[in-house]
Design a protein around this ligand. Sequence first.
Ligand SMILES: Cc1cc2nc3c(=O)[nH]c(=O)nc-3n(C[C@H](O)[C@H](O)[C@H](O)COP(=O)(O)OP(=O)(O)OC[C@H]3O[C@@H](n4cnc5c(N)ncnc54)[C@H](O)[C@@H]3O)c2cc1C
Length: 417
Amino acid sequence: MKAVIMGAGIAGITNAYYLAKEGFDVTVVDRQDAPAMETSFANAGMIAPGHSFTWNSPSAPMKLLKSLFGAKGSLKLKLSTDPRFYAWGLQFLQNCSAEKAKEKTLVKLSLCQYSQKATRDLAAEAGLDYDYLGNGILYLYREPQNLEAGVAHMKMMRDQGLKIDVLDREGCARVEPALGLVKDRIAGAIHCPDDESGDCAKFTTGLAEVLKRMGVTFKFGTTVEGIEVSGDQVTGVVTDKGKVTGDLYILSLGSYSQLVAKNLDIKLPVYPVKGYSLTLPIDGRNNAPNTPTVDEENLVAVTRLGDRMRMTATAEFSGYDNSRRPSDFDHMIAAARDLYPESCNFAKPEYWSCLRPMTPDGPPVLGRGKQKNMYLNTGHGHMGWTMACGTGRITTDIILGRKTEIDATGMLVDRFN
Ligand SMILES: Cc1cc2nc3c(=O)[nH]c(=O)nc-3n(C[C@H](O)[C@H](O)[C@H](O)COP(=O)(O)OP(=O)(O)OC[C@H]3O[C@@H](n4cnc5c(N)ncnc54)[C@H](O)[C@@H]3O)c2cc1C
C-alpha cells in the first residue's frame, strides 16, 4: 500500500514513521527543502501535558476584545477581511463555556499523556538525540493570588492523574537553582514533574534521516496546489512538479491544510495564529536554567535546548502574515531576562515567527474525510510537538481499521461536519 503524506513537519514525519513501520510504501511531499522548516522549526520545545488547557475559557472573549483595542502583551488581534477568520472565531466563542473548555481540555490532556509516552518510545527505538530534558516544567507565578487561581485551575488535570507539586519561592529555587537569583520577584510555581522538553526540529530532522534508511521517499521543494477527487476517492495530489499518487493520502500541512482541502467537501477549521520565538546562545554561562519555565502572567516560555536558550510568546491573529520585527520580541525578552538574567547571551538573538495551526476548540483534527482514502492529521495548535507521536499512532490505527489505544472521538474531523 502506498501512502502519500502532505507535510514534513512534526505531524507528517511522525506519521510517516508509524506507517513505514507497518510496511507502507510512504512518500512525503513538502514545499521546503528539508523537514521541520515551518512551525516545527523553533517552538518552545515543551512536551507538556501540564499545558493542555484549551485557549477557550469564559474569560477569553473579553481578553480578545481588549487586545483588539491595543492592549499590550502576548495576545494581539487584527480584524481581517477573511471570512474563514470569522467562521473560526464564531466556533471559538461557542467553545468558551466552562463546561466546553473542560471537556476539550481533558481530550487534549489524554492525547498529550498518550503522545508523551509514544515520543519517548519512538526516540528510544529510533535512537534520536534531541536535547532532551526530563526535569519537569515550572508554571511560574509572580503574584500569590494568581498562583492560588492557577492551582485551582489545575484541579481538573490533577483529578485525571497529572502529577502536580505546588512550590513557594524557596521551592522554586530548589527545583531550579537559577531562580535563586530572582526569587524575591516570584510568588511560586506549579511544578509538573513529568513534563519534559526537547528540540522538536532536531527530533523531526533526525527522524527523517531514519525514514530515508527505512525507504521513505521525500519530495522536497514540491508545493501542493490541490487534491484531486473522483467520486468517493482521492486520485492524486496536484503539485507544482506534477501529480503524486498513492493508495491513501494524509493531510498534515499545518496552518495551510485548510487552503488545499477545498475539493474534499469537509469543514476544516484550522486557522493560523502567529507566535514568536527567539534563540540565544548560552556561551558558557553557568546560570542557564535546566528546568523549562512558563511565566504564566506574561505568557512567555523559556527552555534550554542543549547550548541554547529558546524563548517563545505571543498569540497574534493576523491571518497568514508571518512577518516579524525586532520590536515584536521586546515583551518576551523583558520577561525572560527578568527571570533568568544570566542565562544566555542576549546580544546574539536569532528571531523566528511561525503560525500555529489552531482549531477553534483545541484538539487536533484526525480521522477519515469524506473520501475513502483521505485522512487528516492536522490542527495541532500550540501543542503539536507534544501531540504528534500520539496523532501519528492514532492515524495509523484508523488507517489499519484497528481500535485506537485511547478514545479519539473528540479529535475526529466529524465534530465539525
Ligand atoms: C511560538 C510557538 C511555540 C510553540 N511551542 C510549543 C511547545 O512548547 N510544545 C508543543 O507541543 N508545541 C508547541 N508549539 C506548537 C507546535 O510547534 C506546532 O503545533 C507544530 O509544529 C505543528 O506541526 P505540523 O507538522 O502540523 O505543522 P508544520 O511544522 O508547519 O508542518 C507543515 C508542513 O507543511 C508544509 N507545507 C505547508 N503548505 C504546503 C504546501 N502547499 N505544499 C507543500 N508543503 C506545504 C510546510 O513546509 C511544513 O513543513 C509552538 C508553536 C509556536 C508557534
